[in-house]
Design a protein around this ligand. Structure first.
Ligand SMILES: CC(C)C[C@H](NC(=O)C[C@H](N)C(=O)O)C(=O)O
Ligand SMILES: [Zn+2]
Ligand SMILES: [Zn+2]
Length: 385
């Protein structure tokens, strides 16, 4: 069934002005000032007063749930499709976290397949917080080369009391293996690094970049906005050509303790001309544990994927141009993860799109040409929702 979005302001992310956009199957067929389909049955979507954005890419979501830092009862719940759609997310990368024992890669894979069957695009990281990493096949290289959904390794914890305290040699080898298997399989092979609050911060990654041939872009550090010191280091890392990722799920208590709100971190990077080096991810369904200075757990929240666009929207309301702000959840993750048909409103690309209304609220979500939400009404729920 053909769909035609009429007279909509297109942000590809770059602003293209008012256009008609024709969707043919699961692809973007045509973008032009005027597209007329004479004599063919087509579903018209009125774009007047709305803006069209590429579907959002959230490259760090605990789709099978995570947590556990407060014992079994704090294992967080798995994600449901409707939350993903409400967040305008059409591509998601699933990850394990602290608990790579009761949470399995096989379960992560099955959930990614389930979400794909329900209509969105999914990938996963092999591994979890710990080194040596959990794998499907016993080797991250075989996982990356042989399992299509595996596009990288993560989230590998550094500078955190919950990490496996990996040596620099272990991280070098892991990044080298991810890089070579990415090259051999035409994938990104990025290492998604969980940055904790430890005072060494990004030091280990900086040393690896300084002392080996591994390019800085092999690493994809997240939670870089979690404290001012790490944020400053992250800006330096980005100025060296690295990618940095800010977490949008948060809690007011974290801001009081120095976490930089993701929208502010994004604004600062764009002001420092680093708009191509930065992404936002939600850490959805992951735990947001709060530890006291003795590292005792004193609180735990659950991350939400709906915070992803909320932080982009806050950045826009804070003066960041829309076409720059949305790159952090569309074109940039697509580039970092080497998703060649995603992240842009371009002819021949996947028909993953979000329509927002005049107040920048998500109004309609289209994933691979299928309308998942229209006029703020969810049309497609998860199988058991
Ligand atoms: C960035 C902060 C606020 C949250 C962050 N979450 C995770 O890393 C995921 C979590 N450990 C899980 O396995 O579900 C953290 O714990 O540091
Ligand atoms: Zn993490
Ligand atoms: Zn996480």
């Amino acid at each position: 069934m053909l769909k035609l979005i009429k007279g909509i302001e297109v942000y590809s992310p770059k602003s293209l002005g008012i256009k008609d956009v024709l969707i043919v199957g699961d692809k973007i067929g045509k973008i032009d000032d005027e597209v007329d389909i004479l004599g063919v049955e087509v579903e018209i979507i009125d774009g007047k007063g709305k803006r069209l954005l590429p579907g959002f890419i959230d490259s760090h979501v605990h789709i099978t749930g995570g947590g556990g830092e407060g014992g079994f009862k704090t294992r967080t719940p798995e994600i449901v499709l409707s939350d993903i759609i409400k967040g305008g997310i059409t591509t998601i990368v699933g990850t394990l976290g602290t608990d790579g024992i009761t949470r399995s890669l096989e379960n992560l894979y099955a959930k990614a397949k389930a979400l794909e069957e329900e209509g969105i695009t999914t990938f996963i990281y092999t591994g979890s917080y710990r080194v040596p990493p959990v794998t499907f096949t016993g080797s991250i290289m075989k996982d990356l080369i042989l399992i299509d959904k595996v596009i990288g390794v993560g989230e590998i914890a550094l500078s955190d009391h919950r990490s496996s305290q990996p040596t620099i040699e272990e991280i070098k080898r892991l990044a080298a293996d991810a890089r070579v298997s990415g090259i051999l399989s035409g994938k990104a092979g990025v290492v998604n690094i969980h940055m904790g609050d430890g005072e060494k911060g990004l030091d280990m990654l900086m040393e690896i970049v300084d002392t080996t041939e591994i390019p800085i872009t092999q690493f994809y550090p997240t939670h870089v906005n979690r404290n001012p010191y790490l944020f400053r280091q992250g800006i330096e890392f980005a100025k060296m050509g690295g990618f940095i990722d800010f977490t949008t799920s948060s809690d007011p208590v974290f801001y009081e303790e120095g976490e930089i709100k993701a929208s502010k971190a994004l604004k600062k990077c764009i002001e420092d001309d680093l708009e191509d080096n930065v992404t936002l991810t939600s850490d959805g369904q992951g735990s947001l544990p709060k530890f006291n200075e003795k590292r005792e757990l004193v609180g735990l929240q659950v991350g939400r994927v709906t915070t992803l666009f909320k932080e982009v929207r806050d950045a826009v309301f804070d003066g960041v141009p829309l076409e720059k702000a949305i790159k952090a959840i569309t074109a940039n993750p697509a580039k970092i993860l080497k998703l060649s048909s995603k992240g842009y409103i371009k002819e021949g690309y996947d028909a993953d799109m979000v329509l927002i209304d005049e107040e920048y609220n998500i109004d309609t979500v289209i994933a691979k040409g299928r309308i998942m939400m229209k006029d703020k009404t969810i049309l497609t729920y998860g199988t058991f929702e």
